[in-house]
Each structure stands twice: as structure tokens, then as C-alpha cells.
Design a protein around this ligand. Structure first.
Ligand code: ADP
Length: 313
């Protein structure tokens, strides 16, 4: 019995060793199969990426060519737009010039006739002719300015002048306009001896525009107030009315050319203008390194228009 046990020990050791060998070989084989599988999988993914990149490169090239085509078209359209714009500006100044002369003679002859003894009806007709030619004259003047702005030719003739004096000279004419409409025009905080280096004619045009607008957009029986303020190195003019007011979304837009406030319902008032005055005023004020703006608490609640320009003195 002891001899049998002693003989079985080496045999079992032998079997155990053989078993280990088999397991090691099988696991080595499985490892290399797994490694090959992973390698193939990686290759496949790389291949797929390469294909995608090639496809994207093709698409990119196609897009680039399309973009080049579009950009060529755009530069052609830009050239066409540029020459159309130039033609429009030339046409505008030609029309303005050719209308101004006959208009002046219509007005002149109408005024001559007004001095004659006429019937009531004829006199009324003549008044209508004169006021219509005046309205047309204002449009022509605005269009002339617009044509000059667009051609970059709106030059400021700068010289030193007394700003309050300029306003004082204009105010009587503006008061007549206010009286005609039964609107009260009051002037407050009038300063003295404020010198401005600027274009007197153009700045008086801005002042007149703001006050005349305030009178125009204020119903009869209400008032317009004008204030002047020294603010640092600026002189600020404020025109406050108690008129139809402006919707908050439009206080900036009204300074664009040909823009008339859309929320204001009064079509009759709109027809009296062309939406050019404020855009020209803005151009003039900016040419003086100043600023212009409008504030309003809302429709029906009046507005305040202001402009400020550098001043000395
Ligand atoms: P126009 O008065 O000839 O239409 P403007 O450029 O002077 O042109 O004004 C543009 C618009 O701004 C006007 O049509 C009007 O809608 C608005 N506006 C200007 N001034 C006033 C004001 N004082 N109160 C209310 N709205 C105003």
C-alpha cells in the first residue's frame, strides 16, 4: 500500500505539469486572437474615419467653389449698386435744380398778382398756390441737402458766432408760426454770450426744424417751451412740446431719412412732411461734433427734442 502511494505521487505531479502547459498554451492562443481582433477593429475604424475625411474634404472643396462663385456675384452686384446709387444722386440733383427755377417764378408771379385788386375767390386761389409752392420749396431744399449729404458735399462754413443771438433772430418768425396754429411758444433760461465755432445757417436750420416740428405736432391750445443750458463744454437746446408724443420704439428711428413715425395715427400731419428734416439735422449736428436726440413719455404725452454742440465763451 505504501509503495502504491509513493508511485502515484510523481504521476500526479506529471499530470499537473502537463495540465499547466495546456492551459498556458490555450491562454496564449486566446490572447493573440483577441489582439488580432482588436487590431482589425482599430483598422476598420481608422479606415472609416479616412473615408469620412476624404468625403468632407470633397464637400469642403465644393463649398469653397460655391462661395467663390457667390462672392464674385456679390462684388458684381456691389459694383452695380454703386453705379445705380451714383445715377440716383445725379438724377436727384438734376431734378432738384430743374424744379427750383420754375417754382421760383410761379411763386414770384403769384405774389405779383396778390398785390392786384382781386375777388375773394381769386385771392384764396392765389394763397393756395403760394403755400403749395412754399411746401414744394421746402421739399426741394431738403432734397438738395440730401443729395449733398449723399455725395459727401454738405460742407459746413464754420465761423465764430453768438449762439443765443442766432436763436433770438429766429424766434420772432417761429412765434408767428405758433400763433397761426394757436400754440403758445415760451422761451426759458436764455443764456448770453455763448460763442460757437460753427455754421450759423445750418445750426439755425436745426433749431428751426425742431421748433417747427414741435408746433406742427402740438394741437391748438397747447404749448411749446424752449430751454438753453450750458453743460460742460456744450450748449444744449431743448424743445419740449405737449403734442402727440412718440412711441418708445421710434425715438431713434425718426432720425433715419424718410422715416415718419408709424404709431402716430394722424395721416394728415404725416402728409405735410417727408421725414427728411431730422435726418438732415442729425447730419449737421454730427458735423459739429455734437449730438441730437428725442425723448417722449409715450404717445399722446408730448416729446422733448434736444441737440448739443461744443461752445466756448
Ligand atoms: P417730417 O416732419 O417732414 O415728416 P422730420 O424728419 O422732421 O420729417 O420728422 C420725422 C418724423 O418724426 C415725423 O414725421 C414725426 O413722425 C416725428 N416727429 C418729429 N418731431 C416730432 C414731435 N415734436 N412730436 C412728435 N413726433 C415728431
Amino acid at each position: 500500500m505504501e509503495i502504491l502511494v509513493i508511485a502515484l505521487i510523481p504521476l500526479s505531479l506529471l499530470l499537473l505539469g502537463a495540465g499547466f502547459l495546456v492551459v498556458a498554451q490555450v491562454s496564449g492562443f486566446m490572447q493573440s486572437a483577441f489582439f488580432n481582433q482588436r487590431q482589425n477593429f482599430s483598422n476598420m475604424i481608422i479606415q472609416q474615419y479616412m473615408e469620412r475625411i476624404t468625403l468632407a474634404q470633397g464637400q469642403l472643396y465644393q463649398r469653397k467653389r460655391e462661395l467663390e462663385g457667390l462672392s464674385a456675384q456679390l462684388s458684381l452686384s456691389n459694383q452695380e449698386l454703386g453705379s445705380l446709387n451714383e445715377m440716383k444722386s445725379k438724377f436727384l440733383s438734376m431734378v432738384v435744380h430743374d424744379v427750383r427755377t420754375p417754382l421760383a417764378s410761379i411763386r414770384g408771379f403769384s405774389e405779383l398778382l396778390m398785390g392786384k385788386k382781386l375777388g375773394e375767390r381769386e385771392e384764396m386761389y392765389l394763397k393756395n398756390i403760394v403755400s403749395s409752392t412754399d411746401q414744394l420749396g421746402r421739399l426741394i431744399a431738403d432734397l438738395t441737402d440730401l443729395a449733398m449729404i449723399e455725395a459727401g458735399k454738405l460742407k459746413m462754413e464754420k465761423a465764430l458766432f453768438d449762439f443765443p443771438d442766432m436763436a433770438k433772430d429766429i424766434l420772432p418768425g417761429l412765434s408767428i408760426n405758433a400763433q397761426k396754429k394757436n400754440v403758445e411758444l415760451a422761451v426759458n433760461e436764455f443764456p448770453y454770450g455763448v460763442l460757437v465755432d460753427g455754421d450759423k445757417f445750418r445750426l439755425s436750420q436745426v433749431f428751426m426744424n425742431l421748433v417747427n416740428n414741435a408746433i406742427k405736432f402740438t394741437p391748438a391750445g397747447r404749448s411749446v417751451e424752449v430751454f438753453f443750458r450750458r453743460e460742460g463744454k456744450y450748449i444744449t437746446t431743448l424743445v419740449k412740446d405737449s403734442g402727440i408724443g412718440i412711441h418708445p420704439s421710434e425715438t431713434k428711428k425718426i432720425f433715419e431719412k424718410f422715416y415718419q413715425a408709424k404709431y402716430q395715427k394722424d395721416a394728415k400731419l404725416r402728409k405735410q412732411g417727408w421725414g427728411l428734416g431730422l435726418s438732415i439735422a442729425q447730419e449737421v449736428v454730427r458735423a459739429h461734433k455734437g449730438d441730437i436726440g428725442a425723448v417722449s413719455p409715450g404717445l399722446g404725452k408730448g416729446s422733448t427734442f434736444w441737440f448739443k454742440i461744443p461752445a466756448g465763451g
